[in-house]
Design a protein around this ligand. Sequence first.
Ligand code: SF4
Length: 446
Amino acid sequence: MALTGIQIFKLLPKTNCKKCGFPTCLAFAMKLAQGGVELSACPDVSEEAKKTLGEASAPPIRSFELGTGEKAVKLGGETVLFRHEKKFINPCALALNVKDSLSDGELAEKASEVASSEIDRVGQKLRVDAISVEYASGDAARYEAAVRLVAEKAPEAAIILNCKDVAAAEAAVKAVAERKPLIYGADDGNAEAMAAVAKAHGVPLVACAQGPEALSVLTEKIKGLGVEDIVLDSGAKTAREIIEHNTQIRRSALKKNFKPLGYPVINSVLRDDPLFEASIASVAIAKYASIVILGSIEKWKNLALFTLRQNLYTDPQVPMQVEQKIYEIGEPGPDSPLMITTNFSLTYFIVSGEIENSRVPARLAVMDCEGLSVLTAWAAGKFTAAKIAQFIKESGVENQISHKELILPGQVAILSGALEDKLEGWKITVGPREANAIPTFLKNRA
Ligand code: SF4
């Protein structure tokens, strides 16, 4: 049974040392009771208290990995309902569903699509994380062969065994046991047998029921059979059901500390129309899914879903930033141009990408403006003539170049006069307003 804030408080050190990030032990205890923080945030809590707190100290939504190796995806572990409260932690995994009734050639092709889906966006690697193999053939031997084949062709992807037949699922688990596949899954009819397979092989298991209430009964049963790593499928299919079920599940876990629903959620959004499927997937990503199963992974769809996922799982209170320094692009010499911009990640990656596109080697001075873009930083007084001059002087770039010319972003052309005053002996050139004009600008100067 969940403990109240006061009950938890009595077990804490009561030193109000603030190491947990809360001003007092009482504030920490209240948050812990709501499931908004983990007990491990207090470094001084006694072993005895840890034991006593038991369930109350467990994360409100269980966290574990899907797959193995460097590209394993961490699921669950979320602590808030809304990202303006605190950041969402573990981005949801995207999975491609394939049927074992496809030919070997088709399976290999689809697995290769997953394996080659990775793209680089603002410095982060984004990809389709998993492949779900659906038991459609009714032939356990074929299923095992199909699972082996996709596992081989997509060697780093997580494997989901979309199969309710216990014997077929067990043979497939054994075939790819080292990849720690997720069994999808257990329902009222096969729960005991599927739980036994999951427990024997130490793999996670999806609980499938119609609606959160039935699901909570099933997860209690599966947990009682010794399986700890559980994923929830509430049977939600439409956008409305996904929003309603996923919200109810997240709310019950976080606000009521209701352990039977304190697990990551999976949504299968398969549709014949890829655009419709992308729309439903967007709803699932935005509303708490930890795994989304897709029927196709066209490049346009991946880009839209990757971007949505990335945006939702960044910290809204901390802009994505890159390190302040002079970046060398394309082996610049002493006479290569010197440009300047701010350290907002998106700005840096777009500007540096366009410099690369120009094939003109250059230096890019990236100034720390707390992750703000050029215009925002200028409006906030962080990208001013005085601050730019100080940064350029302290950067040491003068020792690397044989000229004294700085190319300013066109959007802050207004700073050029003041900057020439502050940077004595320097020529300030106003560059393009938009990054996509940089290649032409640099080529025309070369
Ligand atoms: S770190 Fe522990 S002892 Fe210190 S204020 Fe937080 S809860 Fe209290």
